[in-house]
Design a protein. Structure first.
Length: 474
């Protein structure tokens, strides 16, 4: 459906193009907030809210004539006339933001905001008040929690899989795409701002005060370097691969056909297309976008470094000048080389400076046990005391790669799958590599729930080159 077929009013955006568009936007937002506070918004309350807002901003304007049919704004010769709340409500009804007048139970008129206006204004408010803090990671966490909940047999999401599983995944995937696009565009804006600086002072103020740098980059590096994110994405890809063999697949197609009033073939094609879109994004687009953002951030740092060097040297490349001078001097005879170097040394003044630090006048303290017997006393410990000391030592320094912790990691990593190998997993941290090495150490232990099969293939990762192993549940 086209958007204008949905709103059914060609003047829907007219108030946002008029002279007092900022006031109209604030007024409709005030009315929307009032409808959330009051069960029924009467016209008197709406007028009072708008009048209070107009008095607070102390707005005066020319006479405005608003007509519901044309929704026009005209200026007259009279000045100093205040905006009237009634005129604004008439304007909103004319453009379709408010529904036609309706009499309530007490005989007063009721103000009802149209569904289209409410959705559009909520979208504009979210877009302008967007904080960009933690949005990318929250999208991935939400997708992971949806799939993890759906994998449980008694999950409520399995009752309506299309509405409660596939549609929320698509919504989070689209929002994550938007977040990645916004981040890429923000880096380009930062690079343009860096190029525009002409002095080192303004550039330093930009680095110190602009919070946009820290906010965007910190969220990106959290998603890139956090060990949970790759594991959760791998879990999502594995669940999406087996979704077609699950009993939810047919149920999802049937629900899609009922919701959208489609034939079985059309519903199946739609669900398959949406699932393929999810798989392609998680497998290809996400990694390519992260690599592109990484390259742009590196370009930004290189550009900032070059810009600092140029501004610090007032636009003069000292390295190039010194290189040209030394090349010319090397072509001169030996006597002229000595004369040239001596003349250059007269142009440079080097002063040797020493600074007095705290260590220069610090009073030396005598050792506490100086002159006393500081030898180690030999003492025999009983077996029980040795056992207690050993237990204290183990409890004070826990093993991060114990058998229990390795088993817990593999349980989460495999999910519902029976086996996995290093080649399929992108090992990006030292901790992950050591956990897989720990699995090889515990393979012969009867209490270990997994068995390990070694291969001759060598897998190159960002951390180290590891022998490819296949991990199966016993």
């Amino acid at each position: 459906m086209n958007f204008f077929d949905y709103i059914e009013n060609d003047a829907f955006f007219k108030p946002l193009t008029l002279k007092y568009r900022r006031i109209y936007y604030d007024c409709i937002q005030i009315l929307i907030e009032k409808t959330k506070e009051l069960p029924v918004l009467y016209e008197a309350d709406a007028k009072d809210s708008i009048t209070l807002y107009l008095k607070n901003i102390d707005i005066t304007r020319n006479m405005v004539t608003d007509r519901a049919d044309g929704v026009e704004e005209k200026e007259s010769d009279e000045t100093g006339t205040e905006l009237q709340a009634g005129e604004i409500l008439v304007l909103f009804r004319g453009c379709g933001w408010l529904l036609p007048r309706e009499i309530g139970r007490n005989g007063e008129y009721v103000v009802n905001i149209s569904a289209g206006c409410r959705r559009v204004m909520d979208f504009l408010k979210k877009m302008t008040e967007k904080t960009e803090e933690g949005m990318m990671s929250n999208r991935i966490f939400s997708m992971y929690e949806i799939m993890k909940s759906a994998s449980e047999e008694d999950s409520v999401r399995r009752e309506r899989p299309y509405t409660n599983i596939l549609v929320p995944l698509l919504d989070n995937e689209k929002e994550l795409k938007n977040e990645l696009t916004d981040l890429k565009e923000s880096i380009a804006t930062i690079m343009k701002a860096v190029i525009a600086f002409q002095d080192i002072n303004s550039f330093g103020q930009f680095i110190m005060k602009d919070e946009m740098l820290d906010r965007f980059f910190s969220e990106y590096f959290f998603v890139k370097n956090n060990g949970l994110i790759p594991m959760q994405i791998s879990f999502l890809k594995g669940k999406l691969r087996v979704l077609r063999q699950d009993e939810l697949w047919e149920k999802m197609i049937q629900e899609c056909g009922e919701k959208l009033q489609l034939e079985y073939e059309e519903a199946r094609d739609r669900v398959e297309h949406q699932l393929a879109e999810l798989q392609y994004f998680l497998s290809v687009e996400y990694e390519s976008n992260m690599e592109l953002i990484d390259n742009r951030i590196n370009n930004y740092y290189n550009l900032a470094n070059t810009r600092i060097m140029l501004m610090a040297s007032n636009g003069v490349r000292m390295e190039a000048l010194i290189n040209d001078f030394l090349n010319q001097v090397s072509k001169l005879p030996e006597d002229e080389q000595i004369v040239s170097i001596e003349k250059v040394s007269d142009c440079a003044r080097i002063i040797h400076q020493n600074y007095v630090g705290y260590k220069s006048f610090e009073k030396k303290k005598r050792l506490k046990n100086e002159g006393e017997n500081i030898g180690i006393v030999e003492e025999e410990l009983s077996e029980e005391e040795k056992k207690i000391q050993t237990e204290k030592l183990f409890s004070s320094s826990p093993n991060r790669y114990s058998m229990d912790k390795v088993s817990t990691f593999l349980d989460v990593h495999l999910g519902m799958e029976e086996k996995t190998d290093i080649k399929e997993n992108r090992i990006q941290t030292k901790e992950e590599a050591l956990i897989f090495c720990g699995a090889m150490l515990y393979a012969q232990n009867k209490e270990f729930a997994y068995e390990i099969q070694l291969s001759d293939e060598l897998v190159k990762t960002e951390i180290a080159d590891l022998t490819n192993i296949t991990i199966r549940r016993k």
